[in-house]
Design a protein around this ligand. Structure first.
Ligand SMILES: [Zn+2]
Length: 129
């Protein structure tokens, strides 16, 4: 399925782990393949959630990357803790206010759906008392 001759190896710094790394002004050091993904699709999956189908960690060809289901992993990992705490809600609002994150990213990070994040941001959930 994957043609490894189409691998695009990152031509910058390659970390000992084998992943290309790139310094970004906004986000600090990031994996090159994650940056490539962000440029292509406009959102940021966590680095470890992008699987290299070609098994070439230095590859930045987005067609060779497949997001593994982080939401599912999180759901399993935090089963029984589906509710967001007030502290987390405040954290989510702060993170969203930085303009660095999309609602969906926050949803994935906290293991809830995007509608829940939207409600938190709009103070429909965990509003001020
Ligand atoms: Zn590749």
């Amino acid at each position: 399925m994957i043609d490894t001759s189409e691998c695009i190896e990152y031509d910058g710094y390659i970390a000992p782990s084998g992943y290309g790394q790139v310094g970004t002004r906004k986000y600090g050091t990031r994996y090159a393949h994650v940056v490539a993904w962000m440029k292509e699709y406009g959102y940021r999956p966590e680095s470890l959630d992008l699987d290299h189908l070609c098994r070439n960690r230095a590859c930045v060809n987005v067609k060779h990357l497949e997001p593994v289901t982080r939401a599912e992993n999180l759901r399993r990992g935090i089963s029984g803790r589906s509710k967001i705490t007030r502290e987390q809600a405040e954290e989510i609002r702060k993170l969203y206010a930085t303009d660095k994150y999309y609602q969906q990213e926050l949803a994935d990070t906290y293991g809830v759906n995007q509608q829940t994040i939207s409600k938190i941001i709009n103070y429909d959930l965990w509003g001020e008392v």
